[in-house]
Write a protein that binds this ligand. Structure first.
Ligand code: SME
Length: 155
């Protein structure tokens, strides 16, 4: 991913968050922008933490059976427990993986944090193996930081 695409995507998302006053609409816009701007993002979704469960909010891609994921379960639940971004190059080789689509080959999960508190996550799947690297992590951690006040204000 080029620096230009990265900067353009962050600027577009900043603008969308500023424009949308309503938190669910802002989350949806962010999902739409990420899916539209980055070609290797096959499935893009945002989970919001409710109690001990990650609850699926807006997403684009095939419907997922995993609409509520307990902390500690799946790659999503592992990222929430560890409070760290997780990149999986080959989901079929990771015993934590909860399958969403047979075409998915790799995944990145980025926690949305307020201090040490997990508010939610950005979850992205790709149909390409090992699709996610340092640039994706950097981009999505920036986006997660922009999303924290949006989710925090509606919690
Ligand atoms: N693969 C995730 C579950 C969510 S779906 O990909 C949409 C996981 O292992 O937690």
């Amino acid at each position: 991913m080029s620096v230009d695409i990265h900067e353009h995507t962050v600027a577009t998302i900043e603008d969308a968050i500023r424009t949308e006053r309503d938190s669910p609409r802002a989350l949806r816009r962010v999902v739409e922008i990420l899916k539209r701007e980055i070609q290797h993002y096959t499935w893009v979704g945002i989970y919001v933490l409710e109690g001990d469960e990650l609850v699926l909010g807006p997403f684009l891609g095939k419907p997922s059976p995993h609409t509520r994921i307990p902390i500690g379960s799946g790659i999503c639940g592992a990222a929430a427990r560890e409070r760290e971004t997780i990149i999986v190059d080959d989901v079929n080789a990771d015993s934590r993986y909860l399958a969403c689509s047979l075409e998915t080959k790799s995944e990145i999960v980025v926690p949305i944090m307020s201090g040490a508190r997990v508010l939610g996550e950005i979850d992205i799947d790709s149909d390409q193996p090992a699709a996610f690297g340092a640039e994706d992590r950097k981009l999505l951690e920036s986006v997660a930081a922009l999303l924290a006040p949006v989710i925090g204000s509606s919690a």
